[in-house]
Ligand binder design. Structure first.
Ligand SMILES: CC(C)(COP(=O)(O)OP(=O)(O)OC[C@H]1O[C@@H](n2cnc3c(N)ncnc32)[C@H](O)[C@@H]1OP(=O)(O)O)[C@@H](O)C(=O)NCCC(=O)NCCS
Length: 178
């Protein structure tokens, strides 16, 4: 008998039933790395609230992907569009992977899936911020076509110290404005 590879890394759209494992993964990331926005414990553990946020995101047609290994959620990528007509073509991207899932091309695959979603959603600008010393992430974004647009000086305080962020963005082919 042939079994599928239960440990294979897969990427799929998040379901509402993923809310608890995704929130647990995000909390784990907040503890493990200083490169995400939230401090350890700041995100909270309110699964119902997180599920409600996820439901609204899905209703708006925005994107939330999970990377899954076996039954464990090991990473995510999200893209949220602007809420006004003049900014609907623009989406803010965030992603993160647990350490066990890094260095295997998963970040690359997640960003490729975000590109696919953008093309189907008439999104022509993907943007993000990244701490200026997060070299692995900056390298990944550059490889996926994101260009640095500027520096937000001292935009964050991490462990009591000011940290700069890079603004990076990628323009996808789309209809030109009038
Ligand atoms: C940044 C992150 C998403 C990268 O994901 P990943 O799956 O490990 O990246 P990939 O395996 O797809 O690698 C793609 C490219 O990213 C860069 N990269 C990834 N890990 C790297 C590392 N440890 N050092 C330097 N460059 C690295 C390389 O350019 C790599 O290309 P290569 O394989 O040809 O060298 C992951 O390290 C992560 O989740 N880090 C913690 C959270 C975080 O920083 N999130 C981003 C916040 S803005």
């Amino acid at each position: 008998m042939i079994f599928g590879d239960a440990n294979q890394l897969r990427i799929r759209d998040a379901e509402l039933s993923d809310a608890a494992p995704v929130l647990a993964m995000l909390n784990e990331l907040d503890h493990e790395t200083r490169f995400m926005m939230l401090e350890p414990g700041e995100r909270g553990l309110d699964v119902a609230r997180f599920a409600g946020w996820l439901a609204e995101l899905r209703m708006r047609g925005d994107c939330y992907l999970v990377a899954v290994q076996g039954t464990q959620v090991v990473g995510f990528a999200q893209a949220e569009r602007g809420t006004y007509r003049r900014s609907r073509h623009c989406a803010m991207v965030v992603l993160g992977l647990l350490p066990s899932a890094r260095g295997q091309g998963l970040g690359t695959r997640l960003l490729a899936r975000i590109d696919d979603w953008a093309r189907l959603s008439a999104v022509t600008r993907l943007e993000l911020t990244v701490m200026a010393h997060n070299l692995p992430a900056i390298s990944l974004y550059a490889k996926r076509g994101y260009a640095a647009e500027g520096v937000r000086r001292h935009s964050l305080i991490v462990d009591g110290r000011p940290v700069d962020e890079l603004v990076m963005a990628k323009i996808l082919p789309g209809s030109a404005p009038d």
